[in-house]
Design a protein around this ligand. Structure first.
Ligand code: ZN
Ligand code: ZN
Length: 246
């Protein structure tokens, strides 16, 4: 793969939910994988962090170092204790993707909205005659084993039968979502291999290649100090300030 610029450490830490792919039953999502391999990260959900809105922390435990304050707080509790179910480290996978969901400009509110029955922003009905173009924005796809180890592995396996010479980065994948919360189901369907448009990876404003996320930075273990700040309800800004990131 040619050299691609990645976000710096402070930029990575200050990413927002806008950087992540969101699935919705209201519209299909089309993604092109940009990395061949997703990164596995063990994460804890800390509900009291970020002034009670909750945040994820990367578990600092390794095979030899067992110093994670969250794991320590769960010692002695039963496996099915609600606190254990909520807080134990869970497998998350993360990968850079190009979000190629078809978007259009809503004629009622002039905002960009994904293809669906209604505008995502003002709920006005979208006309069938709208012009749609792929969003083509680099984002992160983060999810659990259900999506990665089951759906995407299956996609790759099926696609290899028809296109043995192609990698998962060579074709778009369409994701259809049904239901929400625990009932949510996502079906992934691969499209035939295709080249991206020449400008697909460029930033629409600067014309430069869009930066990617450094998966090693994203998977860096959270420090003990940081986890303790989260447990005391600190906000993202407070946690970044404690680490010298303005
Ligand atoms: Zn942990
Ligand atoms: Zn609208």
């Amino acid at each position: 793969m040619p050299f691609v610029e990645t976000y710096t450490y402070p930029q990575t830490r200050k990413r927002t939910s806008d950087s992540y792919v969101k699935f919705s039953p209201d519209h299909r999502v089309v993604l092109r994988m940009l990395d061949n391999q997703a990164k596995l990260i063990w994460k804890h959900w800390i509900p009291e962090a970020n002034a009670g809105r909750g945040m994820m922390a990367n578990c600092p435990n390794t095979a030899s170092v067992r110093e994670c304050p969250i794991e320590k707080s769960l010692v002695g509790l039963a496996k099915d204790d609600p606190k254990v179910i909520e807080r134990r480290a869970k497998k998350r996978y993360v990968v850079n993707v190009l979000d190629r969901t078809p978007y259009t400009v809503c004629s009622s509110c002039n905002e960009n909205t994904p293809k669906g029955k209604n505008c995502n922003n003002c709920q006005a009905a979208l006309k069938g005659s709208q012009d749609y173009a792929p969003l083509n924005r680099v984002k992160l796809l983060e999810s659990g084993p259900q999506l990665f180890a089951t759906n995407l592995m299956q996609v790759e396996k099926l696609q290899k039968e028809d296109f043995p010479d192609n990698e998962i980065t060579d074709y778009d994948i369409v994701f259809m979502t049904s239901g929400t919360g625990r009932e949510r189901k996502i079906a992934a369907t691969p499209q035939p291999p295709s080249d991206l448009e020449a400008d697909a990876l460029l930033d629409k404003e600067t014309g430069e290649e869009q930066k990617r996320f450094d998966l090693d930075l994203l998977s860096e273990p959270s420090s003990i100090e940081e986890i303790e700040l989260m447990l005391s309800g600190a906000t993202i800004d407070e946690i970044n300030a404690a680490r010298g990131i303005a």
